[in-house]
Design a protein around this ligand. Structure first.
Ligand code: ATP
Ligand code: MG
Length: 228
């Protein structure tokens, strides 16, 4: 079976997300989307159009008001909060525009973080964190504090942290928003290497050049999805 025929990793059906207000805002309106394992999507759209709302729902950080979200075949609406947290830890990595690193912890500690309560023994955790940092080209920075790194290096630490637990899907919200063009290209190339190895990639961006690199391009306008 090719990946195009494989069972979808993500299936959103008629998702609406309303914020009660007042005034009530419908941030997503009837969004339907299917994502195959190993797919690579970009999401573009004006500020306030619903992109982060969509990513929060995909990442099980938020629940739709109406509609169904199936992740790896399971209906997520039926899951308890604990089960959602477990599914998130197992399937999903996140990367954000402002890196969200712990400023007083070393690079290595930041990457160890997601595995703290995973039940993986300390030596194994450390070995995986070192591998992830080597993967993003930062083996020489493991004892540094985030504040002493460049923006691109910080984002690469965040990528290492996002993939260290072996997720199926990486969700990135404006991952290159704070980076210059060269560094942005490097971070995108890193994402694409991970995607070549089978990681499903969904990237929100305001940058057309970044958006065009993806295999599929989704636009959100006023809460409605369309595929370009
Ligand atoms: N927690 C919330 N409570 C109320 N309204 C919200 C909440 N989160 C988002 N919204 C509203 O939903 C709409 C979509 O917001 P969202 O953050 O998804 O936009 P976005 O496309 O990510 O924008 P940006 O490009 O500026 O990040 C906006 O009108 C926003 O004000
Ligand atoms: Mg946003």
């Amino acid at each position: 079976m090719t990946s195009a025929e494989a069972a979808p990793l993500v299936e959103l059906r008629d998702i609406t997300r309303s914020f009660p207000g007042p005034p009530e805002v419908q941030a997503l309106k009837g969004a339907t989307l299917s994502v195959a394992p190993g797919d690579y999507l970009s999401i573009v759209g004006p500020s306030g159009s619903g992109k982060s709302t969509m990513l929060n729902i995909l990442g099980l950080l938020d629940r739709p008001s109406v509609g169904e979200y199936r992740l790896a075949g399971s209906l997520t609406g039926d899951l308890s909060d604990d089960d959602r947290a477990a599914a998130r830890a197992r399937f999903i990595g996140f990367v954000f525009q402002s890196f969200h690193l712990l400023p007083r912890r070393s690079v290595l500690d930041n990457v160890l973080m997601p595995m703290l309560y995973s039940g993986v023994p300390r030596r194994e955790r450390e070995s995986r964190a070192r591998d992830a940092l080597s993967r993003v080209g930062l083996s020489h920075r493991i004892d540094f504090l985030p504040g002493s790194l460049s923006g691109g290096e910080r984002q690469r630490v965040a990528v290492a942290r996002a993939v260290v637990s072996g997720p199926k899907m990486l969700l990135a919200d404006e991952p290159t928003g704070n980076l210059d063009q060269t560094t942005s290209g490097e971070v995108m190339s890193l994402f694409e290497e991970l995607n070549d190895d089978g990681l499903t990639l969904i990237v929100i961006t305001h940058d057309d050049g970044v958006a065009r690199r993806a295999r599929r391009r989704i636009r959100i306008s006023d809460g409605r999805l369309s595929e370009l």
